[in-house]
Write a protein that binds this ligand. Sequence first.
Ligand code: ASP
Length: 600
Amino acid sequence: MAAKRIARLNERTADTAPPGSSATQMRTHMCGELREGDVGKRVRLCGWVATRREHGEHLAFVDLRDHSGVTQCVVGGSVEARSEWVLQVEGTVRRRPAGNENPELPTGDVELADCNVEVLARAEPPPFAVDDRVESDESVRLRYRYVDLRRPRMQGNLRLRSRVLTALREAMLRQGFCEVETPLLWTPTPEGAREFAVPARLHRGEFYVLPQSPQIAKQLLMVGGVDRYFQMARCLRDEDLRADRQFEFTQLDVEASFVSASDVREAVTEAVVEATEAAVGERPGEVKSISWQEAMDRYGVDKPDMRFEMELVDLGEVFAGTEVRAMAAQCVKGLRVPAGAQLSRNRVDALAERAKQLGAKGLASFKVAGTRSGGEPVLESALEKFLSATERAGLVSATGAVPGDLILVVADSWRTACEVLGQLRLELGRPPVGTGGRRLCWVTDFPLFEGLDDEGVPIAAHHPFTMPHREDLDLLDSDPLAVRSEAYDLVLNGWELGSGSIRIHREDIQRKVFDVLGISPEDAEARFGFLLGALRYGAPPHGGFAVGVDRLVALLAGEENIREVIAFPKTQSGTDPLTGAPKPLSAQSLRELGLRVEAR
Ligand code: ASP
C-alpha cells in the first residue's frame, strides 16, 4: 500500500515539480517499483546499497534496495557508497542500453541516470551478505537480526505473516467474534507445560505466571456473556525448544458459547482457509474430518499427512489363525511401499532397526517379486517359507501390492503397530515441506486421557477442562482410558496446527475429572477455585480452539523452521544473541524483588 501512496505522490510531484521542490518528500517511489512506463521521470529513491560495481573510472552501478526490490543507479565513480550504506538517490529513469537488461529483476529494463546521491547513513561492513543465496550461521543471523531481516526471504515472510494475521482477524470479526485481550500477568493453570514465573515486587515471595494460553480466561469470558471471543494471543511456555517450538508463540485463540464442536470447527476452518488464500493466493482443497481412531488406524499418527497415500492396512484377518509366531499378536498391520522392492538390503535392514528403535518387537518385510503362472504372488522374505499360500495371497491382496513393491508388517499391540508403521510411512513417503499442496484435516474424538503416569494416574490428553463424550461419562471410574473426549485437532500436511474442545461447563463433571486426574478437592480449590466458582454462576455450554499462527505461517511460507517467520526468535537453547537475554539482574533489582540467586 505504501508503494501506491508513494506512486500517487509521484503523480503530483515528480512529473510536474522540478527536483528538489518538495523538500519534505524523501522518496517518490519504492526501489522495486520502476518500469518502462516510468522512463523520463525524475524520481527519488531511498534504500540500502545492495551492490556496487565499478564501471571504468568515472561510473559505478549501485543497486539500491528496499523491501520492495532493487533499482540499478548509475552514479559518478567518485561517489562513496559501500555495502549497506543508506542512500537517497535522485535520478532520471531511462531504458537500459540494449543487451544490458536483467530479466531476473522486475525493474530490470530500466535504471536511474544523472544521479544525485545523498548518504543518509554509513554502515560497517555487514557481518554476512544480505542475499538469500548465501547461507549464514543462524546464531550470527540472529545476533545481527536487523541486517538479516533486510533479506528478501525474511521480508517476504514477515509480510506474509502480516497478511495471515489480518485475514484471520477479519474472518473472525466477520463471523461475529469479539476481540478481547486477557492478562499476561496470570496465575498457574494445569495445561501441562512448565510456566514462566514473574516475581511480584509489591507482594514479596509471591509470583505471577505468564499464561501458557488464555484457556481459563476465555472460559471466564464465556461465563461473562461475551458469547464469541477471539484474540491474537501470545502464549508462553518454558519448554525445551525445537524447530517448531519457541518459548513464546502466537495463537489465534477462539471460544464460543452455545455451540457444538462442529460449529467451532467451521468457524476456525473459515479463518484458516481465508488466511491461506491471503498468503498464497489459493484456497486449500476440501477439509476432511477423521476420528482419532481412524487416523491411527489408517495413518498411524494423530496428525496425518494426507498429501500422500500409503495408508496402513489391517492384516488381522489374513493372519487370524497363523502358525507363524512372529505374526501372532493383538494387531497385525501392513504398509505397502510402492516400488520399494528396489530398496537395498542394507536399507531394508535399517528399516527393521528403526522399527525396533520406535518400540516394535520386529519388522517383517516382503518384496513382491512377481506372480507365478497360477497367479500366486512370489514374495522374497526370510518369513516367506513359513507363510501358508492363503496368507501370502491375503497379504498381497489386502495391501494392494503389485510386483516391484515392498510390504512392511508389524505384529504387536494395536498402538505400537500403528505408531511404528505410521512413522515409517512418513520417513519413506513424505513429500518435502512446501510441496504436494496443502491438505487440511480435522482429527476428532481424541481419547480424554493419553495414558497413565508412573503411579497409574491418567494423564489428560488435551487439558483438564475438556468435556468427556456424554456416552462415556460412566467409564470415568471403571475404564478411564476408554473415555473419548470432545477434543479435536486441526492438521495441515502432518503438522498439528492447533487443538480445541468442548469444555466442561458443569462443576460436578469438572470436579470429577480433577478427581480422576489425581487433583484433590483441596488442591483443585487452591489452584482453580476461581474457575470452579465461576461454573456455579451460570456457565453456558461452550467450546473453542487455538490455531498456532507461527506454524501456520511457516507452512504457508514453505519454511521448515518457525524461527524464519518470527522477527526476533530465540535460539534452540533459549537465548537471544541480539540482546543477550537472559541476563543476570542487578543486585539492586534482586533486592527490590526480594530474591536471592543461589550459586549453581
Ligand atoms: N488452550 C488450548 C491450547 O493452547 C487450546 C484450546 O483448547 O482452545 O492448546
